[in-house]
Design a protein around this ligand. Structure first.
Ligand code: ADP
Ligand code: MG
Length: 621
């Protein structure tokens, strides 16, 4: 082997490799998933580059992955015809530059998280050392020479021009010299099982070299002939040939080993398949594969848009919210995987969904968008607006169905959701799946009510609140109205700091005694959200902590005369209180909406409520 230029792994990388080996030894097989995923990324990259320059593929026209094991030598070779790496890429990507993911991986380790999805930290390559004690990476990038990277994971690696010259054409060949404890990975049946599992959603063909024992008829070499044949003896050879050409060739059966390349995956993209043929498990696995999330999704919608523009999509609601979802709210929009004519344009394409839907993950595949433009110009493309509008409506449709039926999987016909919405019977009891969604991502819907005027009516129906009658159950506005008194003109709410605070509020008492329900708005954004909804199905939304409240069951005349009586009776008290609190309060008034508390402080009809003022002081969403 040629003497290479020697490099030291960056200290973090060395440490990382030790940690990987020590923490993931129980799930060694993940190395294969990481290598397949890297190969697939490299293939995506060259396919993307070929958009601008079709000749990029000439060095190796087929985009594919090949896996070859050698049981005798205990090696495993994984070859792709992807973009490849030049010398600098190898030095930088495979060892010296610790990526930001390194630190995250270390943190996750300290927190005791599941590390087996090592790929999400961007350090998947190093999982090779779970099974190999030596690794050789040969790679050829267009316009560069073929180089070899090699390391035994002992803190150093070498990089050298490949003495074999250009054997790859284009792409990367990774040879693993398997450890004693990992010899099973040189067995084709073991590999086949793993490749099938990990390549389910890889859109390039993956071939595995398989060997078959086959029975063949071979000519029997005559005993006498064999016994007299000696090397270099021309006479004997003549005699041997005579036997071969004779009419009466004797044959015998013999087992021989043949090798063939067998395609292991079917690369029909899951979103292109009819949804009736896709199991929930497949949907869920696909989500985990492309998001690298370890938790199963809560729900999804799979559809084909037709009309002005055609595209296919699967949109998912993740199982859990990322912990920084609302902290990064103003800097992060939804990021979908966008394919144009089967080419992955971006795995984080923005602007396809409004900001408040930034928790949604998914794939979008369209043949109608132009391929020959840069990502920046694509972002300006007018068809994207059409797409975004449709995607937004589909997310809303998924949520609506989740609430009414707990639906997950959806038929992929381009159905008219608008019509269906009308015909759907109103349901006031939520499916438990929607409750789960609400408790994870409810704040996003509230932000949507504030930000999305166009879809506000649909979003309002997705809102849920606690209330004085429902206790800890969530209610929708529709649910509230289904329990409302027929004379009730308003939907009442009270905003406060906590459930405890609103439940004990003296304002609520009178409502309870009249059997009226009060919505409790205890999330800081609730009140701001509800202010965007002046009315719902003809009923005003009314804060019970504001001046001028009417119940709707009062007989105007008695109320007036009662008011007049109390006003006169308490006139001097009112005057006294006014001078007592001068400058601190605006008005002292006789009220008929409190039950046992002697007095309450209310806010002016047109001012902010006390709760709103509290929020504005803290300036949080
Ligand atoms: P990630 O895939 O998240 O970037 P990895 O540790 O798996 O992290 O890979 C490190 C880098 O090595 C990749 O980003 C890529 O630049 C390079 N690389 C790995 N495998 C290949 C390959 N088969 N072809 C081209 N480049 C590769
Ligand atoms: Mg990777």
């Amino acid at each position: 082997e040629a003497e290479g230029e020697k490099f030291e792994f960056q200290a973090e990388v060395s440490r990382l490799m030790d940690i990987i080996i020590n923490s993931l030894y129980k799930t060694k097989e993940i190395f294969l998933r990481e290598l397949i995923s890297n190969a697939s990324d490299a293939l995506d990259k060259i396919r993307f580059m070929a958009i601008g320059d079709a000749s990029a593929l000439e060095t190796k026209p087929d985009l594919e992955l090949r896996i070859q094991a050698n049981k005798d030598k205990n090696t495993l070779v994984i070859r792709d015809t992807g973009v490849g790496m030049d010398r600098n890429d190898m030095v930088n990507n495979l060892g010296t530059v610790a990526k930001s993911g390194t630190a995250n991986f270390m943190d996750a380790l300290a927190e005791g998280q599941d590390l087996s999805l090592i790929g999400q930290f961007g350090v998947g390559f190093y999982s090779i050392y779970l099974v190999a004690d030596k690794v050789r990476v040969a790679s050829k990038k267009n316009g560069a020479e073929q180089y070899v990277w090699e390391s035994t994971a002992d803190g150093v690696f070498t990089v050298v021009k490949d003495p074999r010259g250009d054997t790859l054409g284009r792409g990367t060949e990774i040879t693993l010299y398997l450890k004693d404890g990992a010899k099973e990975f040189a067995k084709t049946d073991v590999l086949e099982g793993l490749v099938k599992r990990y390549s389910e959603f890889i859109s390039f063909p993956i071939y595995l070299e398989k060997s078959y024992k086959e029975e063949v008829e071979v000519p029997v070499e005559e005993e006498e002939v064999e016994s007299v044949t000696t090397e270099g003896d021309e006479d004997e050879e003549e005699e041997f040939e005579e036997v071969e050409v004779s009419d009466d060739v004797k044959t015998k059966k013999e087992m021989i080993t043949k090798t063939v390349w067998e395609r292991v995956n079917t690369n029909v993209a899951i979103w292109s398949r009819p949804s009736s043929e896709i199991t929930d498990e497949e949907y869920s696995n696909f989500y985990n594969a492309f998001t690298k999330d370890t938790v199963a999704p809560q729900s999804w919608i799979h559809f084909k848009a037709e009309g002005e523009m055609e595209f296919k999509s699967i949109l998912y609601i993740p199982g859990e919210a990322p912990s920084d979802l609302y902290d990064t709210y103003y800097t992060k929009t939804a990021q979908l995987r966008l394919y144009v004519k089967k080419v992955l344009i971006s795995d984080e394409f923005e602007e396809l969904l409004p900001r408040y839907m930034n928790f949604i993950r998914g794939v979008v595949d369209s043949d109608d968008l132009p391929l020959n433009v840069s990502r920046e110009t694509l972002q300006q493309h007018k068809l994207l607006k059409v797409m975004a509008k449709k995607l937004t409506r589909k997310v809303l449709e998924m949520l609506r169905r989740l609430a009414s039926k707990g639906h997950t999987s959806e038929p992929d016909e381009a159905e008219e959701e608008e019509e269906e919405e009308e015909s759907e019977t109103k349901k006031v009891v939520d499916n438990e799946k929607y409750i789960k969604f609400w408790e994870t991502f409810g704040k996003s819907i509230k932000l949507g009510v504030v930000e999305d005027m166009v879809n506000r009516a649909k979003l309002v129906k997705l809102l849920r609140f606690r209330s004085s009658l429902e206790g800890n159950n969530w209610t929708s506005l529709e649910g509230y109205l289904s329990r409302a008194k027929d004379w009730q003109k308003s939907i009442y709410y009270l905003a406060g700091e906590s459930m405890e605070a609103v439940q004990k509020s003296p304002f609520v008492e009178k409502f309870k005694s009249k059997g009226l329900e009060v919505l409790f708005l205890v999330d800081s954004i609730d009140e701001y959200c509800i202010q965007q909804i002046p009315e719902f199905e003809g009923k005003k939304l009314q804060s019970i902590s504001k001046e001028g409240l009417k119940f709707g069951d009062e007989d105007e005349k008695t109320v007036k005369s009662r008011e007049k009586y109390y006003k006169e009776a308490f006139a001097s008290l009112v005057e006294y209180l006014k001078t007592l609190f001068k400058g601190k309060i605006k008005e002292v008034a006789i009220s008929h909406r409190i039950e046992s508390a002697p007095s309450v402080i209310v806010t002016g009809r047109y001012g902010h409520s006390a709760n709103m003022e509290r929020i504005m002081r803290t300036q949080s969403i």
